[in-house]
Design a protein around this ligand. Structure first.
Ligand code: GDG
Length: 436
């Protein structure tokens, strides 16, 4: 049975696995399949503790409260969050189950590190069960401003849950400040933006933007097979054309519609033959109505642009609604002259950093939304306000025409940032904060 398990290839996992192996740690998580929870087992030197979720819980907890309430609320309410009492119950119940399983895995003096918005009640619930451990919490998405967070009917419970941690870390300073304000306003915490006092405890607040396994992307981009694939892609897309790329989960926060519209505007003043846009959109949360609506919108825009501008032998927008394998993804990064990352709000955005790490030749232009957490670390990108369509179109125009020396200067600065602040550095920093 255990041989059938495969380690997920993402950056978070590659950073945490060696640390857990070294410390003989446990990973508490969901298997990804409803009503399936094997007993505790070992894999790759780590103890895995599956937490079961039923089909009904997946609906109420995951698609409901996590992705119908919290996700839109925490992303500036760019879709209307739904506040259903029958979703809150499963959220609390699933958080309780995670806290209990985590409590079973811990020895006195251990560190528990809880990840993300799906588990915000766990720190408080775990503290009630085990006051002999150190608890950290990391939020991968933005923490909203007080006037939006105030809408959440369970705002006090959510804050009490988070404040059970000893250290809470955020992607950006803005998220940290928003949280501190909310904790003081609604949960009776006192203090500043770095440290809060709640009852007789101190909770430390940190900013720690997540990163990627930069070497893995650079090494892949340098490999002969990826270079061959990238050259083939360039040939297929038209070797004399400027290739513009977007890569995202198909999520309404990512601004896929924004960049397509900006590209459409650009085509009005630019010969369609010189440019080609590739959008990779990975299917995501299709059970949630706002996601299927966004898919329909994106496909409508792609259809309109191609209907207006295609000719036999040239299609201006190539749209791939699927997950592409890692090496192929890096080949797209390596082939793209311009990368567009235009979310309306994003915790960080790893794709921006992955593009930078894959540009081993030192050229290429990153067009990046000011509303992505990554913008504060990558000021040498061409920063755009995704609400300003003409502004995005003008920035896109500037990006496709950018002189090579300017590209190299900007990309050089961004590459140094990503190489020196990779995901291993992030994990070490977070765990050092927890052990302090
Ligand atoms: C959340 C926060 C925060 C995408 N398409 C393919 C593919 N991907 C991979 C990318 C990247 C990941 O998916 C997406 O990460 P993002 O950071 O862009 O966005 P979210 O999924 O929304 O992640 C975000 C992140 O958590 C980490 O804290 O940055 O703000 O929303 O790694 O490469 N991978 C492959 N094929 C694809 O087609 N192999």
């Amino acid at each position: 049975m255990n041989d059938e398990w495969q380690t997920s290839p993402g950056g978070l996992v590659s950073a945490l696995v060696p640390i857990l192996q070294e410390r003989h740690g446990s990973w508490v998580g969901w298997t990804g399949v409803a009503d399936f929870a094997p007993e505790v087992f070992g894999h790759d030197g780590i103890e895995l503790r599956p937490v079961p979720l039923s089909e009904a819980e997946l609906d109420g907890y995951y698609f409901g409260f996590c992705n119908g309430t919290l996700w839109p609320l925490y992303h500036d309410a760019i879709r209307v969050p739904q506040y259903h009492r029958h979703w809150w119950g499963p959220y609390r119940e699933v958080n309780r189950r995670f806290a209990e399983e985590t409590a079973r895995a811990l020895h006195p003096g251990d560190v528990a590190w809880i990840q993300d918005y799906q588990l915000q009640l766990v720190p408080g619930l775990l503290r009630d069960l085990r006051d002999d451990v150190t608890i950290g919490f990391y939020l991968h998405i933005p923490f909203p401003p007080v006037e939006l967070f105030a809408r959440l009917p369970w705002r006090k419970e959510m804050l009490d849950g988070l404040l059970g941690a000893d250290v809470i870390a955020f992607q950006t300073q803005l998220g940290r400040h928003n949280f501190a304000r909310c904790a003081k306003r609604f949960a009776g915490a006192q203090g500043g933006t770095r440290q809060l006092r709640i009852a007789d405890r101190i909770v430390r607040l940190k900013t720690a933007p997540i990163s990627i396994d930069a070497a893995r992307f650079s090494e892949a981009a340098e490999s002969a097979s990826v270079q061959r694939s990238a050259a083939r892609l360039r040939e297929e897309l038209g070797s004399n054309r400027t290739v513009v790329l977007g890569v995202d989960r198909l999520d309404y926060t990512k601004g896929i519609d924004v960049r397509l519209r900006a590209f459409e505007t650009l085509l009005e003043s630019h010969p369609a033959d010189d440019l080609v846009f590739v959008q990779i959109a990975v299917p995501s949360r299709e059970e949630v109505g706002d996601y299927s609506a966004m898919r329909a919108l994106v496909e409508q825009i792609v259809g309109r642009i191609n209907g207006d501008h295609a000719r036999p032998g040239h299609v201006p927008v190539h749209y791939l609604y699927r997950n592409v394998p890692f090496e192929q993804l890096v080949a797209y990064y390596a082939a793209a002259d311009v990368m567009t990352v235009t979310p309306l709000r994003d915790g960080l955005n790893l794709v921006a950093k992955e593009y930078v790490a894959s540009r081993v030749n030192g050229d290429g232009v990153l067009v990046l939304s000011e509303f992505a957490g990554a913008a504060s670390e990558l000021p040498s990108a061409v920063l755009v306000n995704p609400h300003d369509l003409d502004g995005v179109a003008a920035s896109l125009e500037r990006a496709v025409a950018m002189p090579i020396e300017e590209q190299r200067q900007r990309m050089g600065r961004m590459r140094r940032q990503v190489q020196t602040h990779d995901v291993f550095d992030w994990a070490q920093k977070c765990l050092t904060d927890l052990n302090a």
